[in-house]
Design a protein around this ligand. Sequence first.
Ligand code: ATP
Ligand code: MG
Length: 427
Amino acid sequence: MHKFQSLRGMVDLLPAQIRLWQMVESKARKHFRRAIIDEIRTPILESTELFARGIGEGTDVVGKEMYTFVDRGDRSCTLRPEGTASVVRAIIENGLINQGPQRLWYSGPMFRYERPQAGRQRQFHQIGVEFFGLDSVNADADLISIAWDLLNDLGLKGLTLELNTLGSLDDRNKFRALFVKWLEDRFELLDQDSKERVHKNPLRILDTKNPRTKELLMDAPSLNNTLCNESRQRFESLQEILNNLEIPFKLNFGLVRGLDYYCHTAFEITSDDLGAQATVCGGGRYDGLVKQLGGPDVSSIGWAIGVERLILLLEKSNSNSISPYIYLVNKGNKASLVALSIARKLRLANFSIDIDFSGSAFSKQFKRASRSGAKWAIILGDDEVDEGRINVKKMRSDKDLEMDDLLFSLYDLEGLISFFENSSIEN
Ligand code: ATP
Ligand code: MG
């Protein structure tokens, strides 16, 4: 029989990972709610033209990574490779862009035809935030702080915020001319990819991963030197604000985002633990985009987190398993029925509780209870039921199963619930 396999670069998410995903999503929601950022959901399929115009013809994404096909109505369609262009289309199309500043977030699958490797897939997921109509540099800092705080709240260590400015459109054009001239003089020394970019998308060469080109670039003109006073001041105030917020950062003048529409602030959050695919979050300001896609001249800033890379980090940092607060050990016909009803009442009272259905020896169930990471175990046998009591043990550590028993009346579940409520910090 032919065995089916998922397409290259398309990955199943199994229960062990979904737990982490849900933890990430629920923390992200919490951070967005607190910052009054609203969710927006857009279709996965859009017209190809939207991305060609919104991301830029000269980019890798549009040039060689898009999943594009012609539908039955002869339209060229593309599976979205990123979220920003769609969000911009949606808020223009639905008039939100005329209703004052917008703070929005989105999450979902993105598609890029890339060479799959750890942290690089063809279907991957992003969680992203976009602010529209907020010109102040304070908004840049606010947006960055939301990404920084979320990643830290997830318990990630070894994160670095890298920061750069691309200046105004004017600054960038000035730099571009200088840089292209410089590249042309050294054309033969460039790697193949970079040669192709010299006229199509020269800024992207600054982001090359080729070691020889990297070395060559050490003497290249710096964007930093073509900044006008206003752009320079803006960048300096951003740094000051971040210092005030006690968010550490590192300047990286080679940092250019892959997409065409960035200006002023560009940033990435990278991790020591991700090898070649080090960037967990990338973002910046892209003031010209809304206008370029047919809307009013409204500024925008945003970032996107790659969820798969985040999950890889969480798996490494071992904050993996989600444990029940209570593990319910039970044995015997009467006990198993009472156990079900206790589990149900505790769940309704908002406690996470895992119930053992094996009917195996108490010792075996205990082992499972301690492996589960539960804070408490409830032990219920037919004897307990006959005597009308519930045995509760505090789980201390994997090996330490010798614990003091606490007794509760089987007929006073309220008492049991309020005991757990008083002893729980977070369940
Ligand atoms: P890279 O330089 O790693 O290709 P990028 O500049 O193309 O990244 P963005 O378009 O800025 O990435 O997307 C934001 C984030 O989405 C990245 O920082 C990364 O975490 C994630 N991401 C991008 N492409 C992929 C992919 N193919 N598979 C998994 N995650 C991805
Ligand atoms: Mg890429």
